[in-house]
Design a protein around this ligand. Structure first.
Ligand SMILES: C[S@@+](CC[C@H](N)C(=O)[O-])C[C@H]1O[C@@H](n2cnc3c(N)ncnc32)[C@H](O)[C@@H]1O
Length: 275
């Protein structure tokens, strides 16, 4: 645990990658070791490597996954008191994860700074040394497992309508499919959102052929990893849950067998337009 207590606190938002410790950057690994306090959702804290004896004094603050803003405020308050705080996200912290929640709290603090109704704490946050350390996001990890399905223009869309209206998600799916992006779907399904993936497949299917390659990555980089290569037509029958990333190819994405492996890639070059 670092000497970083008292004086100016630090807050670092890290992404630990999808699960395999080998996919956690050395920079993130070091910051996790140095921290006086870890803040996170239990599932992500469980993915961390066992703590070394030097980390025995580390405080761990466990939160419910839905309490993102509260988690960010607690982390900022801890750092403002001089602690060396690490907020843990899976994958990359900037992809549907905690970096936004922390930076959003800073934006709110910046908005109220100077006003007479300034809330306690926001002034102190301006003294905190804040940084965000990148990680390997789930879709890129799944893409690497099969070759390079994300090898050309792509977009990432979360199907969760907890924080944005479903109508916006439909608009984006339609626009992305029309623009022929490879589309990676995060948060594809949950107990409270059972039908949204089916609707997303339907929408994309109006612009893509049924034999478009699809990659379904479940628990990528973890012990229970499975990565399946299928088609858009077969996707409704696939086993998809909240630990799954679904990647739908573009019109140029192709699969092939070579040796004993099946590969998927999206070429980077387009044929010259015919004149
Ligand atoms: C709240 S988002 C967090 C994404 C994370 N920040 C990232 O960059 O991968 C959670 C979603 O990410 C995807 N995901 C995260 N880790 C995964 C893994 N190891 N395998 C497959 N999908 C994963 C799933 O779609 C899941 O519902």
């Amino acid at each position: 645990v670092s000497e970083h207590t008292g004086g100016r606190g630090r807050l670092c938002v890290v992404g630990i990658g999808p699960g395999d410790p080998a996919w956690c950057t050395p920079e993130v690994t070091q910051r996790l070791r140095d921290a006086t306090d870890l803040v996170g959702y239990q599932t992500y804290l469980d993915l961390l490597p066992p703590r070394s004896p030097g980390q025995a004094d580390q405080q761990v603050h466990v939160f419910d996954n839905r309490e993102e803003a509260e988690r960010a405020r607690v982390a900022l308050d801890l750092a403002a008191s001089g602690r060396d705080v690490v907020v843990v996200s899976s994958g990359d912290p900037g992809v549907f994860a905690m970096a936004t929640a922390v930076i959003e709290q800073l934006a709110l603090a910046a908005d109220v700074a100077g006003r007479t109704d300034e809330r306690a704490g926001t002034g102190a946050w301006s003294e905190v040394d804040v940084d965000v350390l990148p990680g390997v996001t789930a879709s890129l990890a799944a893409s690497a497992r099969v070759g390079a399905i994300m090898g050309h223009d792509h977009c990432l869309i979360s199907l969760s309508d907890n924080l944005k209206p479903w109508a916006v998600i439909e608009q984006r799916l339609d626009a992305a499919a029309r623009a022929d992006f490879v589309i990676a779907l995060y948060n594809p399904i949950s107990r409270h959102r059972p039908w949204q993936l089916g609707r997303a497949i339907e929408l994309v299917g109006t612009h893509r052929s049924p034999d478009t390659p699809v990659v379904v990555g479940h628990d990528v980089g973890r012990a229970a990893e499975t990565v399946a290569i299928l088609t858009l037509a077969a996707l409704p029958e696939a086993d998809v849950d909240m630990r799954t990333v679904v990647i739908i190819g573009s019109s140029t994405t192709r699969t092939f067998r070579y040796g004993d492996r099946e590969w998927v890639y999206t070429p980077r070059s387009y044929p010259e337009p015919k004149v």
